[in-house]
Design a protein around this ligand. Structure first.
Ligand code: SAH
Ligand code: SF4
Ligand code: F3S
Length: 478
């Protein structure tokens, strides 16, 4: 259980929750069920991009007369949107497929499709390895789903895993799945051109491409008009967003942030993920200039040792990273900061590991996702380096990292006691209908009593913090 995620913030941080199985996206029926002749069921694993893609898939399926169901036993089409980031993520998907086997035995007409990164990684091999799978579709091929479903209905196994240099699904209006009606993800780019040696994403998601800025702004406007109050702009490396339309003006990430921020001061903007080598002062100043751009950055460090960072091909040094954090805090002293850490990458020594702990001590992250290194077939690290840190050592180092982060999180949340934050209400607290649940600009969860006041989801309130755990702030409305 050491390789679990810490402090998963429901709502925003569905990223990498495959181990916890919180990452299921169920789709409620949208509109009149009689409009739909068939039913589909979809479950999503992995990062927010996958959740966002499932909403594009839902939209494509709606057009084909498929309505969503929360009950896979009654579905004509069962889809798993999969993740390959660590071996465990793939194992979760295989286990899930085995659970579907029984249902399919009783209902041979039911089609099972695998989408996402594992589909892309394994391609047609999936059909050999998992006999019950009928359809395999990679992340850039969702438009071909209707044709593939028709083929599969005719008894043929069907596969499309072509990656694209252009596809951004810009014109597809996502069907919001399992939405709280307040917060939504908006995909701004796809793929990744960074070749971090441990990472499978460049192979499963292809080349980086940015979505047309106007279509992004229009989607955000539409969400705001429908009552949404927060958008999270998504990409593997949002800071390298760059769109240059034919004959039009080019837009970089800072400019895009500004365009979205200008839609309304009542629409909050978040983004994920930033790469330490690409986040610019320009972006930091834009964040500082707009109250509605949340003061929160997820800035994965991966390791605190420069030699390991080089082997990972992260292209920054320990000092560069520390300097970035310094810059963030100079420009936005109140900015929340979280990170990703990998323990036990190839050749990591005890001293290298100590460097990671000391970087954490210096940065004092509010939250972190922490993993032990999992070799992924086909990645540069798998081809070039030996996975030579034993499982036992990886786990022990990970436990040390988790323990240190827990103490930092506790400290960070405790230091908020007595402060007042603007909180966007996202819904009832999980524990009690008498309490609201929301987040502050720094992305910390805030829970507070409703006190009989006439408020609703999507309202902003000021809350003064009275107590804290290492993952939640508790307070009272002002
Ligand atoms: N694009 C984002 C991260 C995407 S993957 C970024 O560059 O920051 C999310 C996290 O999973 C990574 O930051 C990394 O910490 C972790 N990760 C990726 N590949 C991994 C592997 N092979 N083993 C363990 N953790 C991994
Ligand atoms: Fe993977 Fe690196 Fe790209 Fe992130 S930036 S998706 S870790 S290759
Ligand atoms: Fe997983 Fe693919 Fe995202 S590998 S983390 S679902 S991009």
């Amino acid at each position: 259980m050491a390789d679990i995620l810490q402090n998963i913030h429901p709502g925003l941080h569905k990223a990498d929750v495959e181990e916890t199985r919180q990452g299921e996206a169920y789709a409620p029926f949208a509109g009149d069920p009689n409009l739909f002749s068939k039913k589909f069921y979809i479950e999503s694993y992995g990062c927010q991009m996958n959740f966002s893609d499932s909403e594009i898939v839902a939209s494509i399926l709606h057009e084909e007369g498929f309505g969503a169901t929360r009950n896979f036993e009654e579905a004509d089409l069962v889809l798993l949107n999969t993740c390959s980031i660590r071996e465990k993520a793939e194992q979760t998907v295989r286990n899930r497929l085995h659970a579907f086997r029984k249902v399919k035995e009783n209902n041979p007409g039911m089609l099972i499709g695998v989408l996402g990164c594992m589909a892309e990684r394994l391609k047609a091999k999936f059909l050999e390895e998992e006999k019950l799978v009928d359809i395999v579709v990679g992340p850039d091929a969702y438009r071909s789903l209707p044709g593939l479903i028709t083929e599969a209905e005719g008894g043929q196994k069907s596969v499309n895993v072509l990656l694209s240099r252009e596809e951004t699904y810009a014109d597809i209006s996502p069907v919001r799945l399992d939405s709280n009606g307040v917060t939504a993800f908006v995909s701004i780019m796809r793929g990744c051109n960074n070749m971090c040696t441990f990472c499978v994403v460049p192979f499963t998601r292809g080349r980086e491409r940015s979505r047309d800025a106007e279509s992004i702004v229009n989607e955000c406007k539409d969400l705001f008009e429908r009552g949404f109050k927060e958008v999270t702009l998504l990409g593997q490396n949002v800071d390298s967003y760059f769109h240059s339309p034919h004959g039009g003006e080019s837009v970089d990430f800072g400019q895009l942030l500004e365009k979205v921020a200008l839609i309304s001061p009542l629409l909050r903007i978040r983004f994920s993920t930033s790469h330490p080598k690409d986040i610019t002062d320009d972006v930091l100043h834009t964040m500082a200039n707009y109250h509605n751009i949340c003061k929160y950055i997820h800035l994965p460090v991966q390791s605190g040792n420069t030699r390991i960072l080089q082997l990972m091909n992260r292209t920054y040094t320990r000092e560069w990273y520390l300097n970035k954090v310094k810059r963030i805090r100079e420009i936005m002293p109140d900015c929340g900061l979280s990170t990703d850490v990998i323990s036990g990458f190839c050749t990591e020594t005890e001293e290298d590991h100590q460097d990671t702990l000391s970087v954490m001590d210096l940065c004092r992250f509010d939250m972190a996702y922490m993993f032990s290194y999992s070799e992924r077939p086909g990645t540069l690290a798998a081809r070039r380096y030996e996975d030579d840190v034993t499982e036992e050592v990886k786990k022990r180092r990970l436990t040390e990292i988790i323990n240190l982060q827990n103490s930092h999180s506790r400290e960070s949340y405790r230091s908020d006691i007595g402060k007042t934050f603007e909180v966007l209400i996202e819904g009832n607290s999980k524990r009690s209908d008498l309490d609201w649940y929301g987040r502050n600009s720094q992305n910390k969860v805030v829970v507070f009593p409703k006190n009989g006041k006439d408020l609703k989801k999507g309202d902003y309130v000021n809350v003064t913090i009275g107590s804290a755990t290492s993952a939640t702030l508790m307070g009272e409305m002002m």
